[in-house]
Design a protein around this ligand. Structure first.
Ligand SMILES: [Zn+2]
Length: 365
C-alpha cells in the first residue's frame, strides 16, 4: 500500500501537469487534494437508464469461469487513452497497439465495464474475471469515424470505437463497454449521431466539460455552463440517457461550487456521481473504504519513451500491464459472478466501506 500511495502522489503532481496534451498550463500540477472526500453530490442520482440491449445480449455467452479467485476488494485498472493514430507519441497510441492491449486483456482474464458500472457497483461479469475500464478523453476525431459507406451505422475499423466494436463482434464475451469523456462537438463532426450510436451500443458517454477547462478555477455559473452544458447537450441528444460521471480535464479543488455535481440547464438536470483523475494507479474497489468516487485514479496509456520524467514512466500502462497480467490476480478486483454479493478474501473485513450491507458480504477461501 505504501508503494501505491507514493506512486499515486507522483502521478498526481507530475503526470497531471500536462493532462490531455491540450494547452496545459506548464508546470501546473493536478490539484493535490488526494483521495479524501471532496464534495458529495447534493442530489441523489435518478434511477439509471437500463443498460442498452446490444447484439451481445441476444447471444449472451454461457456462463464461463475466469482464471482468478474472486476478490471484490481488489483494484481495478482504469486505462486513459487519448488519440488513436500513428506514430505512437505522448497522446497517441496506434490502432495496432490498442488492438494488442485489448487482446492481451481479453486473453489474460479481464472483461470490460464502464466507469459508471464501477461507480454504481454494477460490475456484472462472470465469476473469476477481472474488470477493466477503457476510458477515452477529448472526443478526438481519431476515436470515432464512420467506415466508408457506413455513415451512421458502422465505425471505421481503425478508429477507437471501431476497434472496440469489432473486437466485441469477434469475441462476444468482451462486451461493448468503454467510457468516452467528451467536450462539445466531439469526434470531428456528426457528433450527435455518434453519441447516439455509442449509447445505443452499450458505451458510456461522460462529461469532460464544454471547453476542456480547468475546473478548479471556475465559479458556480461557469461550472454550470461547462459541466452542466455538456451533460445537457448529451441528454438532449439521447433522450432518457443520464450523464453520471466526468473526467477532470486537469484537476479539481476541494472548494469547487456544487454545480460541478448537480444543477439544471437547457431543460436538463444533471447529477455527477463519479469523477476520474488524469493519472495514478489502479483504482480502489468501490466496496473499499479507500474508494472516493470523486477522485478515482487512472493509468495513462503512453509510450514510456515519450514521458518526460523517468520516474513517471512507471505509471503508464506498459509498465503496469506485465505486473497486473502476470500476478494471477493477487491484487485485482475479481468478480464472484453474483451481482448481489460482495466476495472478499479472509481477514479483509476491515477494508470494507461502511455502506456495504453486511448481509451481502461473503468471505472466500
Ligand atoms: Zn482532456
Amino acid at each position: 500500500m505504501a508503494r501505491r500511495m507514493t506512486l499515486l502522489a507522483m502521478g498526481l503532481t507530475l503526470l497531471g501537469a500536462a493532462a490531455c496534451g491540450q494547452a496545459a498550463a506548464p508546470g501546473r500540477p493536478l490539484a493535490a487534494a488526494a483521495p479524501v472526500a471532496v464534495a458529495a453530490p447534493a442530489v441523489p442520482h435518478p434511477t439509471p437508464a437500463p443498460r442498452p440491449v446490444t447484439a451481445d445480449a441476444a447471444t449472451k455467452v454461457a456462463a464461463q469461469v475466469g482464471p482468478f479467485v474472486p476478490n471484490e476488494l481488489g483494484e481495478i485498472p482504469i486505462l486513459e487513452i487519448h488519440n488513436v493514430a500513428s506514430p505512437e507519441s505522448r497522446w497517441e497510441i496506434t490502432p495496432a497497439n490498442l488492438r494488442a492491449i485489448v487482446a492481451n486483456l481479453y486473453a489474460s482474464g479481464f472483461r470490460p465495464v464502464t466507469f459508471r458500472d464501477v461507480v454504481e457497483r454494477r460490475i456484472d461479469i462472470p465469476r473469476g474475471f477481472a474488470p477493466v475500464v477503457l476510458s477515452f478523453d477529448d472526443g478526438d476525431p481519431s476515436q470515432f469515424q464512420w467506415a466508408p459507406g457506413g455513415q451512421g451505422t458502422t465505425p471505421a475499423a481503425n478508429s477507437a470505437v471501431g476497434i472496440l466494436w469489432n473486437f466485441h463482434l469477434a469475441h462476444p464475451s468482451w462486451a461493448a463497454a468503454a467510457s468516452f469523456y467528451v467536450n462539445q462537438n466531439p469526434f470531428g463532426g456528426d457528433s450527435a449521431a455518434k453519441i447516439k450510436w455509442l449509447v445505443a451500443h452499450g458505451f458510456e458517454v461522460g462529461d469532460h466539460t464544454m471547453n476542456h477547462v480547468d475546473m478548479s478555477k471556475l465559479d458556480a455559473a461557469q461550472m454550470l455552463y461547462q459541466v452542466g452544458g455538456l451533460a445537457a447537450w448529451v441528454q438532449n441528444t439521447v433522450p432518457g440517457y443520464h450523464v453520471s460521471t466526468l473526467a477532470y480535464p486537469y484537476g479539481f479543488s476541494r472548494n469547487m461550487p456544487a454545480t460541478a455535481w448537480t444543477g439544471s440547464i437547457n431543460g436538463q438536470s444533471y447529477h455527477i456521481q463519479g469523477a476520474l483523475l488524469v493519472a495514478g494507479n489502479p483504482a480502489p474497489s468501490p466496496y473499499s473504504k479507500a474508494w472516493n468516487p470523486l477522485a478515482v485514479p487512472r493509468i495513462q496509456v503512453a509510450d514510456p519513451s515519450t514521458v518526460q520524467r523517468v520516474s513517471d514512466r512507471a505509471l503508464v500502462w506498459s509498465a503496469w500491464e506485465p505486473r497486473l497480467l502476470a500476478n494471477h490476480g493477487a491484487e485485482l478486483y475479481v468478480s464472484d459472478g453474483k451481482p448481489g454479493t460482495v466476495t472478499i478474501l479472509p481477514g479483509e473485513q476491515a477494508q470494507l466501506a461502511a455502506n456495504v450491507p453486511p448481509a451481502s458480504v461473503v468471505v472466500g477461501k
